[in-house]
Structures are given as structure tokens and as C-alpha cells.
Write a protein that binds this ligand. Sequence first.
Ligand code: ACO
Length: 371
Amino acid sequence: MATVIDAPAGLEGVVVAETAIGDVRGDEGFFHYRGHPAPALALTQPFEAVWHLLHCGHLPSPAELAAFTSETAALRGLPPDVLAALPLIARTGTLMSALRSALSLAGQDARPWLDLETEERAGTALRLAALLPTLAASVWRARCGLAPLAPDPALGLAADYYRMATGRTPSPQQAQAVERYLLLTIDHGFNASTFTARVVASTGADLTAAAVAGLAALSGPLHGGAPSRVVDMLREIGSIDAARSWVERALDAGQRIMGFGHRVYRTEDPRSAVLKGTARSLGGSTVALALEVERVALEILDAKYPERRLRTNVEFYAGVVLHEIGLPPELFSPTFAVSRMVGWMAHVLEQAGHNRIIRPASRYAGPIYAG
Ligand code: ACO
């Protein structure tokens, strides 16, 4: 019989796989994509270069980047039956649940990866990641009663996503802000949605199933659903003067302050550090309020949890940046999904490359009745 080991709640600190895609070092405040420091990539590379890094295993040469950019831009369009179904799908539930349904429909090659050749798997992974920006923007527009906008292959993925979602071509500053955010959120160790996608992939299921499962996990407020709540919180706080008493009251009432704390980081989340810089360069009253809320919240959280070192996580300034560039809060989690899809797909392909079904055990803790 196999040895049974009790894992800690939430699997904290348990290594469940080997990966060559990336890593997070929580005590150092560092994360990387295939060995390249991710914040540096976010400050210097276009989205497609880092997508190429994750998908193909290396940063592209200029010629490879040009070829990959036009190959993926050509995959951005939605199938006609998906476009036709959008008005109905968009009405269901939240934007994230509508996106989940739309992604299920759009993933038309629903053959288990177990039945696909390696090349076919890679092609499907690329197509799913390429169409998610169009899908997210189009579901959002359908929800607002607006017709979808066709992709513009002359634009990079980040700028085109912004354009398709808002109907406005982004200014260079807006395009850079959205691209930085996307670059910083492509991958991040064995977070809940990546783990979920790999669990589904480990069954041999189709790639869309793994992507939809990742999307479902990402929708929770303890994972990718937090940034819109950060904006709600800042709106509720209202003014710099009210920041301290609001945070104290919330903690006294046992609430969690959105955008703070992280399972792995015991330092400031490095993604937050980059996005704080982006927020500062954008300026505005929400940014000023956020800086003050961060200052007082860290003071208060440090006094309350001296051992835990709760710091600002990616969601805090992500919410602020996305708000400042004019994306509506409902689009924040779908925007996160646009980049994380690239990470999920890399993980799914890696899982498929050396698969063993992920099947842990549980310990029964309920009553036993006499039969
Ligand atoms: N505000 C107030 N207290 C907090 C916060 C917070 N944001 N985060 C953690 N704590 C407290 C907990 O209440 C707990 O205290 P206790 O021991 O008295 O019960 C202690 O710190 C440890 O917290 P855990 O729940 O054990 O931390 P865990 O690693 O399980 O959770 C999480 C991490 C989910 C991110 C948590 O910090 C949280 O809920 N933050 C707010 C939501 C948020 O910002 N989510 C986005 C995460 S980033 C991402 O997924 C991309």
C-alpha cells in the first residue's frame, strides 16, 4: 500500500509537480518565467515575446517574434457560431461565468489531448490563448448591448484587447499599462487556477476543458476576483482622511482587506511593485488614495500580524491601474484571464508531456453507520 501523508490545509508548502515554466520565491519577493526575471521582462518585452518564451521555451529572435506575432494575431477571430450565440450567453450570470460558457463553445476542437499529436496540442493551446482577448472583449460588449469589434491584426494582443473591449484605440500610455499588467500575470507558480487546469489536463481531457476549469478557479475573490473589489473598497473609503478609520473598522469586523496578503510572498509582491510604478506614472485621485490606503493598511496589518508580514499583492495596484486606464471593474478578472491563459496552456502542455493523473487522497472524518 502507498504511504499516506497528511498535507497541511490548503496544501501550503507541498510540492506537487516539477515544472520548467516558472517559479515564485516568496521570501525573496522574486518570480520568473523560464528562468528570466518576470518584472524585467514586463518592463522590456512585448507580450508576444513572453508568450513565445512560455510556448516555445525561449525568447524569440526578432524574426521569430515577427512570425509569432502575425501567426497568433491571425488566430484572434471568433468562429461565426460563437459570435451568433454571444447575445444569449452574455446575459447569463456574471461576466466571468458568461466568459466560461463562451469559452466552452469556442473551444470547438474538444478531442481529449490524449488523442492528439504533440503538434495538434500545441496548435490548440495557441488558438485558445489567442482568442481569449477577443472572447472576453466581445462577451463584455454583448453584455452592454454593443456589437463585437473584429480583431485588428496590426495591433499587438494587449492594445487590440483594450480596443476591442472599450471601442477606443489606447494611447501609448494606456497600451503600455495594459501590456505591463498582462505581462506580469501570465504565470505564477502553482496558484489555484494553474493547479486546477493541470488537474483537469492530467485526466487526458481536452484543452478547452482545462482552460474552462482554470477560468472557474480564477473567478473566486480569493484568487483573480479581487481587483474589482479593491476599486469598490477605495470607492467606499472615499477620501484620504477616512483611510485609517476605515481599515481599522474593517479589521475589527473581521474583514479581509482586498489586495493584501499572499500565500507565498512574505515581502511586497514584485508584481505590485511594478504596477505601483505604473499607477504613479498614470497619476490621478484614485492613485493618491490607493497610496495612502496602502501606507495605513500596512502599518495596521503589521501591528496585528507581526509574524505573518502581510504585504500588498498584485491585485491592489492592478485594480488601480486598470481603473485609471478606463477599464470597467467587471472586466478586471476577464483581463487577468487573458494573460493567465498563456500560463495555463504552457502548464497543460507540460502536464501532457509527462503525465500521471493527479489523484490525491482524503481522510474521512464523518460518522460510520452500521450496515
Ligand atoms: N486582510 C486582513 N487579514 C488578512 C488578510 C487580509 N487581506 N490576508 C490574510 N489575513 C490574515 C488572516 O485572517 C489570517 O489571520 P488569522 O490567523 O487570525 O485567521 C492570517 O492573516 C493568515 O491568513 P491566511 O488566510 O492563512 O492566508 P492564506 O495564505 O490562506 O490566504 C489570501 C492568502 C487568500 C491571498 C489572503 O491573504 C486574502 O484573503 N487576501 C485578500 C484577498 C486578495 O487580495 N486576493 C488576491 C490574492 S492574489 C492572487 O490570487 C492573484
